[in-house]
Design a binder for this molecule. Structure first.
Ligand code: NAI
Ligand code: MG
Length: 481
């Protein structure tokens, strides 16, 4: 007998308590080995004046069990309240968002009959840091951050997930033909970590064509791993294509923590009517069981769930004349599923999960040797209303002996020297100064340059150092540079 795994549950709001009840009954009937602690989250907690919707004492339970099965909550309208999901995700460092997107043709209406993919989205980095600047009157900038450790974690999780869930292929999507450094790192780390998972097929697609394929030919995908923003978009495209968003479970995973839930909300319009579909939370619980190493129980529940859908036992939200056989309430559906424990689906694919073991464990980060970092110049941002030649003429007297103006660019295009007259220029310029003959540049030389610019009334908005790492440029060239 497997040792019991402690988990924390919360019943949430609206239909939350009903679908949690159903899910717990099924977990018990299937023989899941769980030690359940309960916490309160959501509406009642918000109304007690706790702006995060979760009491401090509840964190103790989460820190103890590290596994959270969560029913949906009703997010209060109006200001002052913080999103519970964002709070939990940030506090527990849940870096991966996992969303299976599956079509259950012909039992649930969909445009695509053979679709069974999992989107694994990085959750902490990319353009979501909220680091934005107004660089001039005309120009806004957002900073996209992709880190090596952040990428290594999400990519490893994708491969580990694939192994534990009997999946054959992981596809990475980036736009590294354009963002050679940030997306380039994500792709490179994917290839590098992929070397350790030779049992899994792997490929890379550029995000635009990849997204088009997800919409038009979703059957070709298995697991997809993506940076945050692309993952946000692709997971919505994929979910829409399945026709079964209402049935989806999802998880948020950190190095030590995991949170499992349904994709849908608290459905206050049908709360208390006994008709809620518990499938989303049940499938969230299945993901939880795989994560904690009870894959055999997960498979038993998942296959019984598929069999129940095949049998046509459908709650109102997916009921269709001619396809469904029984219009089931929450309790009927739950009872039918429990009767099916041990059975396997006939038309829908049978699922198999790696049984036993410790579940999905994310190996520690690779140790990367220190690289030699050498400063070879600086990019200075300047606001200026005029022509590139005039700007160069104003700035050149400010050069230091070693640090000289090499190019000026505007919106990433070189406009000096030898710019094209046709290039439209904004009021925000980037001036690239480099050490002569590729010389090393001292901090004091940069400070001297900025001081000279200041004395010449050239108001700079920012300065970014240019480095080489182990001899390779740590910056991109402007178009035309
Ligand atoms: P919703 O997903 O709760 O409901 C959308 C529609 O789908 C409704 O007509 C509802 O009756 C139906 N529906 C949803 N789940 C169903 C189920 N299991 N069985 C049968 N029908 C179902 O989204 P909505 O109405 O936008 O949001 C309601 C509340 O839920 C809001 O307060 C929202 O903030 C919250 N919410 C919470 C989430 C969470 O806790 N993870 C996620 C999404 C929304
Ligand atoms: Mg979104």
């Amino acid at each position: 007998m497997t040792q019991k795994t402690p988990i924390t549950i919360a019943r949430g709001d609206g239909i939350g308590p009903a679908i949690m009840d159903a899910t717990l009954k099924i977990l018990e009937a299937a023989g899941a080995q769980l030690d359940i602690e309960e916490i309160e989250i959501g509406k009642a907690v918000y109304e007690r004046g706790v702006p995060s919707g979760i009491e401090d004492s509840s964190w103790d339970s989460l820190r103890r069990t590290k596994i959270f099965l969560k029913a949906p909550i009703t997010t209060p309208q109006g200001g002052g309240f913080k999103s519970l999901n964002v709070t939990v995700r940030k506090t527990l460092g849940l870096f991966a968002n996992v969303r299976p997107c599956v079509a259950y043709h012909p039992f649930v209406e969909t445009n695509h009959s053979s679709m069974d993919m999992v989107i694994i989205r990085e959750n902490e980095e990319d353009l979501y840091g909220g680091i934005e600047y107004r660089q001039s009157q005309q120009v806004m900038a957002s900073l996209k951050l992709i880190s090596r450790p952040g990428t290594e974690r999400i990519v490893r999780y994708a491969f580990e997930y694939a192994r534990a869930n009997g999946r054959k292929k992981v596809t990475c999507m980036t736009k590294d033909n354009i963002m050679k450094m940030a997306d380039g790192l994500f792709h490179k780390v994917f290839d590098e970590i992929g070397e350790e998972y030779k049992d899994i097929e792997q490929d890379h697609m550029i995000i635009d064509i990849g997204t088009a394929k997800v919409a038009a030919n979703p059957g070709m995908f298995d697991v997809i791993v993506l940076p945050n923003l692309y993952g946000d978009i692709v997971s919505d495209v994929a979910a829409e294509v399945t026709g079964s968003v209402g049935l989806g479970g999802s998880s948020n995973i950190g190095v030590d923590f995991g949170m499992f839930e349904a994709v849908h909300g608290s459905a206050p319009d049908i709360a208390g009517m006994g008709i809620a579909n518990p499938s989303g939370l049940i499938l969230g619980a299945v993901m939880m069981l795989v994560h904690i190493g009870q894959g055999d129980v997960a498979a038993k529940i998942h296959n019984a769930w598929k069999k129940t859908i095949e049998d046509g036992v459908h709650t109102g939200d997916i009921y269709r004349d001619g396809v469904s056989t029984t219009k089931a309430g929450t309790d009927d559906f739950t009872a039918a599923l429990i009767d099916n424990l041990g059975a396997t689906p006939k038309t829908l694919a049978k699922v198999e999960y790696a049984a036993g073991g410790k579940g999905i464990i994310i190996p520690p980060l690779k140790v990367i040797p220190d690289e030699k970092k050498e400063r070879i110049g600086v990019d200075v941002g300047i606001n200026f209303g005029g022509q590139p030649d005039a700007l160069a003429a104003l700035v050149q007297p400010c050069q230091t002996e070693n640090l000289t103006l090499s190019i000026i660019s505007n919106r990433g295009v070189k406009v000096w020297p030898d710019g094209a007259e046709e290039t439209f220029c904004t009021d925000n310029w980037r001036l690239r100064f480099k050490g002569k003959d590729g010389n090393h540049v001292k901090t004091s030389e940069v400070v001297q340059l900025l001081s000279n610019l200041n004395n010449a009334d050239m108001n700079f908005t920012n300065a970014l150092m240019l480095y080489k790492f182990n001899g390779a440029d740590g910056f991109t060239k402007a178009q035309g540079e």
